[in-house]
Design a protein around this ligand. Structure first.
Ligand SMILES: [Ca+2]
Ligand SMILES: [Ca+2]
Ligand SMILES: [Ca+2]
Length: 241
């Protein structure tokens, strides 16, 4: 093989393209898996949703914020070099210590799809999303074990609320949100008065990060974390609805 700089640079470029395409595929693979799981959860839901309206979800924001605080301690514990991100090695140790035994491929998928700003490490917000996705994908057949693995019962309850909120919004039950789902959900707040189309649209666009016309649970989680104001001080209000 010729080692000329031009060839090397070409190889580097092609490598980069392959790498990016590969990670986009991994992204899809995880999202598809999460979608399937959400449909499964929806089908097996034994009781009616706690939610009747979008307002009902918004009213739970303070509770969600409080419940997610517990993750901060887990994050700091496993960020061993305290650089503010969890790298692959730290994540491996984290999942091992929490006894979350996932196939390596799945860990890679989750790592890549949560590491959205491409910093090669999981930041705190990304870590919340990661934990919630792992919680969803875990086998829930043994519920006492689940509680001890993922953290406090309060944290588990918070993840349940978040998943339920998404299921409430997912009107057609296909595991993702589209504009129709959102319009229908917002309609339930005031059925006699349709919400202005631009509100539905802007809410939706805010959530749909990759602009593909659907909001996955992963995208919903990132928006929700911003809305409940997890990283901001109490006197610094989150986006108003
Ligand atoms: Ca670190
Ligand atoms: Ca849907
Ligand atoms: Ca999307």
């Amino acid at each position: 093989m010729n080692n000329s700089p031009a060839l090397k640079s070409l190889a580097h470029k092609v490598g980069g393209m392959l790498c990016c395409r590969n990670s986009a595929n991994k992204y899809k693979r995880l999202d598809a898996k999460v979608e399937r799981k959400m449909m499964e959860v929806k089908r097996s839901a034994s009781r009616d949703s706690n939610f009747r309206s979008v307002n009902g979800i918004i009213l739970r924001f303070p509770q969600i914020k409080e419940g997610l605080k517990d993750i901060r301690g887990v994050f700091e514990k496993f960020d061993e070099d305290s650089n503010g991100t969890i790298d692959r090695e730290e994540l491996k140790k984290c999942l091992h210590d929490l006894q979350l035994h996932l196939p390596k491929k799945e860990i890679d998928d989750i790592f890549q799809s949560c590491d959205v700003n491409g910093s090669e490490g999981i930041q705190f917000k990304e870590f919340i999303v990661l934990m919630c996705l792992i919680y969803l994908l875990m086998d829930h057949s043994n519920s006492t074990q689940t509680t001890s693995q993922i953290g406090s019962p309060q944290l588990k309850a918070t993840f349940d609320i978040i998943i339920e909120a998404f299921l409430f919004l997912d009107k057609n039950g296909d595991g993702k949100l589209n504009k129709k789902d959102m319009a229908k959900s917002l309609n339930e707040d005031s059925p006699w008065e349709k919400p202005p189309a631009h509100i539905t649209r802007s809410r939706f666009q805010e959530m749909d990060w990759d602009r593909d016309g659907k909001v996955t649970l992963r995208e919903f989680l990132f928006s929700l974390i911003d809305w409940v104001g997890i990283d901001t001080d109490d006197d610094n209000p989150a986006t108003e609805w």
